[in-house]
Design a protein. Structure first.
Length: 129
């Protein structure tokens, strides 16, 4: 699984998952998805699908060490590949059906949001405050 954080002006983008997704409805997350190709390719695919940003809109800042995330309640274990991208123009973002809300936050404020499991730890792998 990949989780991509988009950064602009010292803030990161959080997306609130819609009721149409398979898990963690209503929780806050980064841009994420299951790996169908390579992690690097999937990161770009998910960003384009979920925000409509592509190529020239993005600059890879950091790729973090993968993180194992276990959810005993759902009985699942993921290996999350974290990424941090800088984006130039926030106004170009158009979220898709997977999300119902987008919010730019200071990374230190992530504890104020009900997130998918281990999002703060995933962010810590790519974001140096």
């Amino acid at each position: 699984m990949v989780t991509c954080f988009l950064e602009s002006d010292g803030e990161i983008l959080l997306l609130r998952r819609s009721g149409q997704v398979g898990s963690y409805q209503g929780r806050w997350a980064g841009v994420s998805g299951y790996i169908e190709t390579t992690a690097d390719e999937q990161a770009l695919t998910e960003i384009e699908e979920e925000t409509s940003l592509a190529g020239e809109d993005l600059k890879l800042i950091r790729k973090g060490r993968p993180l194992v995330v276990k959810d005993d309640k759902l009985g699942v274990k993921w290996v999350v590949h974290p990424y941090l991208f800088h984006i130039k123009d926030r106004d170009k973002i158009k979220i898709d059906w997977e999300h119902k809300e987008a919010r730019w936050i200071q990374p230190r404020d992530i504890d104020n949001f009900e997130t998918v499991p281990k999002l703060k730890e995933t962010l810590a792998r790519v974001y140096k405050s």
